[in-house]
Ligand binder design. Structure first.
Ligand code: ZN
Length: 395
């Protein structure tokens, strides 16, 4: 369902908040439930625009600090959330195109927040970002914005990375309500990716040693891995600690450009050499026809090169989106049924989606267009349960 109607944005915004009627959702068919979700999403965007207008106006009349205080008191918000909302509201008051698209429900509030934040980091092209926000999902749009900010910063993202480095923060504290010790770290994308790759490699090596009948949850495993790295510093770094950086080759100027991490976060080319000192670098050119990506029946597990190519294509678990470092390569046509260890027969899945969704709940791998894959839920109608009859949506 598309929601890019071209009606008057302000008129639509004025009515969008009241257009969603209260209904008994238990009586709706699947299709109506989905349509209702879209309708609520648009109404929510409209409300977010009104919310930002109101907060922005308070900040304009008094100050951002006063707006924060009012939001905290009147909406019982945390100080942190109030500060973030006021910052977004103030930025949006300068971004007319973003604001009117949000008001009309053409872009979700999360996209508008990304644009508002980007406007504080570089001289962005607002029209370009809004046009992309209308058609891109959150993850793709986040990458678009990151690339755009790096391009607009005029120095391949060096100054942005420098700012992010200065924003680093670490906190270790005992939570008062339950006595748990919380370790919290905020790092620039490049340092963060290096730290993450060491933690993820430790998790993979721990996973191999686990009793399959008594596995910890993914968050327990991450906690165990970090504890192990801190308390047993003499251990050798686990194998597979790879930092995946991708760049495009500029055929005209014979140089690499647009370097980025596997999740699309841009990194300055100049920083790659520094990172490469203690990380392994895989210098390859990916091509679907590349023989290196087709192992056929010669080996069952994916090669490091295949894992890297899959990380780029799938951007993480195709079932839940968890980062590629915490995933493995799954055969679409299973190995025991003759499936080859070829790029085209492999997808990235995390351990949980593999065990629970694929093997216990019967989800299947299916193409999601443009060479991407997703997990499809088993058709519930085939198990005999009757689906609620469809009727015309109210209003
Ligand atoms: Zn998953």
């Amino acid at each position: 369902m598309r929601s890019d109607g071209e009606s008057d944005p302000l008129g639509e915004a004025a009515s969008v908040g009241v257009r969603v009627a209260a209904v008994d959702v238990a009586g709706l068919c699947d299709e109506s439930l989905r349509a209702r979700l879209v309708e609520i999403g648009r109404a929510r965007s409209g409300l977010e625009a009104m919310y930002a207008d109101t907060l922005g106006e308070i900040a304009r009349r008094d100050s951002a600090a006063v707006a924060e205080q009012v939001a905290k008191e009147k909406l019982s918000m945390s100080g942190r959330a109030a500060r973030a909302d006021v910052k977004t509201a103030v930025a949006l008051s300068e971004l007319d195109v973003t604001r009117s698209d949000l008001a009309a429900g053409r872009i979700p509030s999360a996209h508008a927040r990304l644009i508002a934040r980007a406007a504080g980091e570089a001289p962005i092209d607002e029209g370009f970002l809004v046009a992309r926000a209308r058609r891109e999902g959150y993850d793709q749009f986040r990458r678009t914005v990151a690339r755009h900010v790096a391009d607009c910063s005029g120095d391949d993202g060096e100054s942005l990375l420098e700012r992010q480095r200065r924003s680093r923060a670490g906190r270790v504290f005992t939570r008062r309500d339950d006595g748990m010790v919380v370790v919290n770290l905020e790092l620039d994308p490049l340092t963060g990716a290096r730290v993450n790759s060491v933690i993820a490699a430790t998790e993979r090596s721990m996973f191999r040693d686990e009793d399959p009948g008594a596995r910890p949850t993914p968050t327990q495993r991450t906690a165990d891995a970090i504890t192990k790295l801190l308390l047993e510093p003499g251990r050798r770094r686990p194998a597979g600690t790879t930092l995946l950086v991708v760049a495009d080759y500029d055929m005209v100027n014979h140089r690499l450009r647009d370097a980025r991490l596997a999740d699309g976060t841009p990194v300055p080319i100049g920083e790659i050499a520094k990172a490469a000192v203690d990380m392994k670098v895989l210098p390859v050119i990916f091509d679907d026809a590349n023989a290196d990506l087709c192992m056929g029946r010669t080996r069952r597990t994916a090669t490091e090169l295949q894992r890297a190519a899959l990380a780029l294509r799938d951007q993480g678990c195709i079932g839940c989106g968890v980062a590629p470092e915490r995933c493995f390569a799954h055969h679409i046509t299973e190995w025991q049924h003759g499936g080859p260890t070829d790029y085209a027969n492999l997808v990235t899945v995390c351990n949980d989606c593999h065990k629970v969704k694929i093997h216990e709940q019967g989800f299947t791998v299916e193409g999601a267009g443009r060479g991407r894959f997703g997990l499809r839920a088993p058709d519930k109608r085939s198990n005999g349960s009757s689906s609620t009859a469809c009727r015309a949506p109210p209003g």
